[in-house]
Structures are given as structure tokens and as C-alpha cells.
Ligand binder design. Structure first.
Ligand SMILES: [Fe+2]
Length: 244
């Protein structure tokens, strides 16, 4: 009985999901209606690149790979986050989570010319609880490259998983997914609790700035008990310290 309750009712990751749905029913925020509804969202303003030089993150001798990441320096991250704060992106993330946020794993992601049908190139959710990823698109729109695939509204589903295989859904047809192709400067949000990604079947390279955000609080993976050790383990950045 206790085991059953722990698994189904006292489980932090499930409580987080119930709390999220409940929170947004009570404190409905019109500004993020579209994002809440679908699980992904293209921001109304484009990212201004004027003061940021990203050349060093984009240089590769060739593109004979599936995907590569280059970590963004703290100096450049500060510039990026200041701009995102100014144009209102950070406030969207705060409204979405309704709590303090941390960021980590911030990098420039480049897709190469190889195809792939395994790992994160199959439909999946990230198995990390609720998080937001932002893609700031760095190339002109090109329908021959790999889009972001998202199965809308799946971010609202209450999911429980124990094994990696339970987070992969390779049998869902590509046609069921929304295809999101960015244009240079577009800022695309998506909730990684929803089912996203699909087989990489194109060979046209493209790059994005990829930023990851995670909420902090009682029902979250990052909470009062573990924040110190998780800050070290994940090199978490406190956005309030970083920007202000
Ligand atoms: Fe993912």
C-alpha cells in the first residue's frame, strides 16, 4: 500500500506535474496562453545579435557528424541573458514555471550532415521533469534542414517512468508532429516534458543557441534539500545573480 502510494501519489515528479496544471488553472497568465496550450512557442521579437560574436562556436573543419555542441563562455552568456531579459524572454519563463529558475548546459548546438535514428533522434521526453529549452536560430530559414519536431499538448500529460525505454516513442509517425523551422534570430521555446524530436533524415547543417531552464521548489527536481549539491553537479547558474 505504502509502495503504491509512493509510486503514484507521493512521487515528486508526478506531484510536480499536477501542481503545474493546477497552478495554471488558478493563476491564468494571458501572455503565455499560446505556449501553455501547445508546449512550444515562437517569441514575438527576434534576438538582436549586434553585440555578440558567435563565430568561435560555429567553426568546424567539416560537418561529418550528427550533432555537436560548444559550451558558451560565461562572458557571452551574460550578454545573451541580459538581452533576453530586456526583450521579455526571461519573464515568459518565470511566468511559465511560476517560481525561481536556474539555467545550465548552455551551448551552441550544430547539426551536421549525418542522419540518425537513435538516442535523442527519436521521439522522446527528456525524463528530467519540467524544463524549458530555448533555441535561438542562427541560420536563415531552410525547409531542407532538420526542424524541431513537437507533439503538441503532450507537455500536459501526467507521465511516470522508471526506465529509459519508457521515455522513447519511436513508433509515433512524423506526420503527427508539428514541424518548427526557425529563421535567423527566432527564439523558440519548448517544454521538454512534452514529446519532441524525430529521426534526423536530412543532411543540411544548421546551428542554434540552446539554453536550458529548470524550476526550483518543493515539487521540483531542484529543491531546498539538494540545491547545493546540484549546483555543483550541473554547474547551475542562478539567473538573478547572472543578469543583475
Ligand atoms: Fe530532448
Amino acid at each position: 500500500m505504502i509502495d503504491f502510494m509512493k509510486k503514484n501519489y507521493l512521487n515528486r515528479k508526478i506531484l510536480q506535474q499536477y501542481y503545474f496544471n493546477f497552478y495554471h488553472k488558478i493563476f491564468f497568465k494571458k501572455k503565455i496562453k499560446d505556449f501553455l496550450e501547445k508546449g512550444y512557442y515562437i517569441f514575438e521579437k527576434n534576438f538582436p545579435f549586434e553585440n555578440i560574436n558567435l563565430d568561435k562556436y560555429l567553426k568546424y573543419p567539416n560537418h561529418n557528424f550528427v550533432a555537436e555542441r560548444k559550451k558558451i563562455d560565461l562572458k557571452d552568456l551574460k550578454k545573451i541573458y541580459s538581452v533576453l531579459s530586456e526583450i521579455g524572454v526571461i519573464s515568459v519563463i518565470k511566468d511559465y514555471f511560476g517560481t525561481k529558475i536556474y539555467s545550465y548546459d548552455n551551448s551552441v548546438l550544430t547539426l551536421g550532415n549525418k542522419k540518425c535514428y537513435s538516442d535523442s533522434w527519436q521521439p522522446h521526453h527528456d525524463s528530467k521533469g519540467r524544463r524549458i529549452k530555448i533555441y535561438i536560430w542562427l541560420d536563415a530559414k531552410n525547409f531542407k534542414t532538420h526542424p524541431l519536431y513537437y507533439l503538441k499538448r503532450t507537455h500536459k500529460q501526467i507521465l511516470n517512468w522508471e526506465k529509459y525505454e519508457q521515455t522513447r516513442f519511436s513508433n509515433i509517425d512524423k506526420k503527427e508532429f508539428n514541424e518548427i523551422y526557425g529563421d535567423k534570430g527566432n527564439i523558440i521555446f519548448f517544454d521538454t516534458h512534452g514529446i519532441h524530436s524525430h529521426f534526423k533524415e536530412t543532411n543540411v547543417p544548421r546551428s542554434v543557441i540552446e539554453l536550458t531552464f529548470e524550476p526550483f521548489g518543493l515539487f521540483n527536481r531542484l529543491n531546498y534539500k539538494n540545491i547545493k549539491s546540484e549546483t555543483e553537479r550541473l554547474s547551475l547558474l542562478d539567473l538573478e545573480e547572472l543578469i543583475y
